[in-house]
Unconditional design. Sequence first.
Length: 419
Amino acid sequence: MTQGLWTALPAQALRHVATAQVESFEHYVLRMSEVTGLRRASLLKPTPIEAAHAAIPQQGLLQHVERAIGVMEHLTGQTDLRCGTLWAVSRALSLHGMCARNRPRRWCPVCYAEQERAEASESVAWSIRLLQTCPAHGCALVDRCRICGATQLDCDALVQRRQCRQCAASLGWRAGSAHLAQSALERWIDAQILAIVRYAADPQSAQLPPDAFHQTCRALRCIPERWARVPASVRSRLRTHTRRTLPPPVLEMLLEVAATQHCGVMALLTAPEAIVQTSLWPDATGGQDAGLRMPAIPLLRLRALLDHLLEEAPAAYLPPLASILSRLGMELAQARHAEPERVARYQWRCVRQGASARLRRLDIAVAQTLHSSALTSRLVPTPAQLAQLRQRLARHLALEDAAKVCTTAMELSHLPARG
């Protein structure tokens, strides 16, 4: 920004730019709201047309968020506010289900305990659901008050964000590092997510093109040994639609491909030619790739799927765990040993969904929906295709059940088909 340039709004800078702790654009707007006295809603208010099309797009950020960033940069004289979002990767990576939109807020209790109010900052990384630990302190991210267990809203004003809205207890406390309790796979996933955040937080980073994943798959296809490791759902789509560009992958799919190729996710999107020129690690090594070997991939799929379904409930139907495990090639005992708490919580919620006859109808509807063209021809269906699916399902099911089936089928579509 030019020294002494007048701006309509205070020229406050985005904090921690070019680091994994970069402040989120939403928190920046909250700070601006406190300084100016303007309501957050008025600063981010979408137009009627934008509000009508507010579903998460297959490419890019939400339209009103893009507009708000541009307007805020113009009014403050700042040029790097988009670094507080995932704008740089939003066209190459589907944001569907990736961030905590319309879900309870997550935070680092140590950040809340240590930061002065004048230096307050909330990282954009906290909103990525697969990230387990804080990039600054390594402690586990939380989404509930430790006193009363209440969740906190993402729209809370800046002055209210550090105390529980239910019991007024402080949301900041001392916590130790969670890295020792994580598996090698979990630590690797956290590292890859932070690599994505660092790329998006760098003002010098160019926005990745929408065909970045497609170009990577084409490069891997030239090496049979590597192509055989790519998930079957990706291989089949590229084989069936040879002239159609693959859509941007969801985060879980990108992590899975990176794990099978023993490389980082950003290398997949930015340097596919360099990846195919390096050698794959041996399958039997016991050191650096312990969390990335092929047996870990079904566990990655299982954990992500159970978390998504439990978070979506009651807006999603929870299918029998046996049907999920059969698609993953896993036994129940193996799943219970690897993820005892998740499996127990899922089974507890599953048996409390209602009458068995109704659940059987929903299970059949999910199986039929998984074969629909919207889910078999695309990695991520468009909002229009999902609306058509719900309309077809509503001919035979209640509207609420049709929506649940559609949500569940979309989550299951990322798993391999039954063998």
